[in-house]
Design a protein around this ligand. Structure first.
Ligand code: AMP
Length: 143
């Protein structure tokens, strides 16, 4: 089988180009973070590098340092914002692993003792809730 390649029409590439809306919480030259529209818990945030790669397997290693520096920054901010007990950080590679959007991304999900994750790519959250949560995370990141 030929190696799977990057498709620049994937939904996160469109978000990066501003072609479709997102609830953004952080942006710099290399990285964008925004709310997952089907959160597995309140405050579920995605962090993506701006450089195109399908997933971790084909990524240029130089994109990973800046990406994970922001994963840590956002993980700290969501933990504080939502008063979480912990934070799950997840990243999927290829369909067999559960990947559904083929632009490298890292999931950050606040966790609470005894509360299971909601299903992956489950129910769409109300835009006003996503906007409110994004605002809270942006505020925590600016402190
Ligand atoms: P993965 O299975 O790791 O590829 O997960 C893709 C994630 O993207 C899922 O958690 C979806 O809920 C989320 N998602 C899909 N479309 C959008 C979108 N337009 N904006 C934000 N998150 C999205």
């Amino acid at each position: 089988m030929a190696d799977a390649t990057y498709d620049s029409n994937n939904i996160f590439a469109k978000i990066l180009r501003g072609e479709i809306p997102s609830h953004r919480v952080y942006e710099d030259d290399a990285v964008l973070a925004f709310m997952d529209v089907m959160p597995q818990g309140p405050g579920h945030t995605l962090v993506v590098p701006k450089a195109p790669s399908r997933n971790l397997l084909d990524a240029d290693p130089t994109t990973l340092g800046p990406l994970f520096a922001i994963v840590q920054k956002v993980a700290r901010a969501v933990k504080k914002t939502f008063g979480a007990d912990g934070v799950t950080v997840m990243q999927f590679n290829e369909p067999a692993s559960g990947q559904t959007v083929y632009h490298l991304h890292v999931h950050i999900i606040p966790r609470f003792e005894g509360v299971p994750l909601k299903p992956h790519s489950g129910q769409m959250e109300k835009p006003e809730i996503l906007a409110e949560n994004a605002g809270k995370i942006r505020a925590a990141l600016s402190n």
